[in-house]
Design a protein around this ligand. Sequence first.
Ligand code: BGC
Length: 514
Amino acid sequence: MPAVVIANTGDVPEFEGRITFNVIVCVVIAACGGLMFGYDIGVSGGVTAMDDFLKKFFYEVWERKQLAHENNYCKYDNQKLQLFTSSLYVAALIASFIASRTCSKYGRKPTMQLASIFFIIGVALTTFAVNIEMLIFGRLHLGLGVGFANQAVPLFLSELAPAKIRGALNISFQLFITIGILIANVVNYAVGKIHPYGFRISLGIAGVPALMLCLGSLAIHETPTSLIERKKVEEGRAVLKKIRGVDNVDREYDSIVHACEVASQITQPYHKLMKRESRPPLVIAIVMQVFQQFTGINAIMFYAPVLFQTVGFGSDAALLSSVITGLVNVLSTFVSVVLVDRVGRRALLLEACVQMFITQCIIGGILMKDLKITGNLPSGDALVVVIMVCVFVAGFAWSWGPLGWLIPSETFPLETRTAGFSFAVSSNMLCTFVIAQAFLSMLCHLRSGIFFFFAAWIVVMGLFALFLLPETKGVPVDEMVDRVWKQHWFWKRFFNDEQAVEKRETEMIRPHLI
Ligand code: BGC
């Protein structure tokens, strides 16, 4: 995900400007980036549940599925099948580091163009794959596209959007991710009946948002911040006038120049990030991502159709159930948009922990009691599982989903914001990779215990949110250090010690000066 997203969390300065055509283009670009990422999350689970796809690329998995006494929990356990899903995230992890450099050296626009090109190549390779190598090679290209896009698009948005809608745009990126997942679920359901090429249509449609991003990025301007940062000062001012639709952009222009000057003084942000006083936001950024993934959300997002088949639904019903969970995911994200600045971050996170803990335990309990190695769940039980999955997804979608990204984006001081956020992005990709690669094997070995495994993580993250996560609602981004970190019962020690050392040093120096 993002390289840097400056959230609108309170007193943002008002600059002159109106919602111009460029701002609308900005939303379309946000949509394409989010849809590209979301569609990929949703599509892999759907195609892995399709027999034609399995027969073509994972014959042994398909054969195992056909056995009369198939093992419910292990029928999909196959490292290569998991690699199909997870390979994308390894590539995205590596790409996000490279992309953060291309973004600052060449700008956001070429980085997005590069993203769409990688993505289109990936779509072509996966859609027309003739063997598993070509398929995985294609997924790696899609991953490069996702890595580049997720670094550049949110950065582009936060720099181009007028300050007053910046926060909303931040969550709208997540909203488009959920819409992408839902579209993938619907497409999978619709093409599941087209034999034997349905899965190729699913894979090919991923090219639509990528093409839109490619064409869209030809029509857009580079951001003023990126131009000024790269010393194209006059061009930066001209673009600012154009995108704000007014002539007087002096105040905003001055503030961008000032921000670029401050940022240019920190020549080694990663070095600064390793300092003691950077630890609180850094720990929060990484931990939020680890926890977000260890809710078990992507076990559901990637493998929902497979999971629903495991509890006894037919292929069709399983794909339909995923459409329902996808819809719940989209609708519940709106709850976050409405509530995040009213009830605060902590309330949403804590409430969701209770909700997700209960649902994981109920799902685990039902499977433990009624899903034997062979045979199906009674239909009443299977329905309860689907309902519980929906309640779980709803809780995630208004809390750890969007806030996992929002909180790390708003708690770093400006000088370490981009560098700090790249740790959040890479932690997310790494944990997503681990879950994608391990879930089906864990399901096979831990059986229903996998749901209690995730439930245990939810307890840990709940305690973390309760005791260690400060509330950031309504605090302007650039006042986080003084108003949040230095006031927090635990995190303040990272500043007090530092100040104490400074004080001691001054006291030692003073007598010599007198
Ligand atoms: C997460 C993804 C997840 C998605 C589900 C995002 O915030 O980063 O890993 O699949 O939410 O909506």
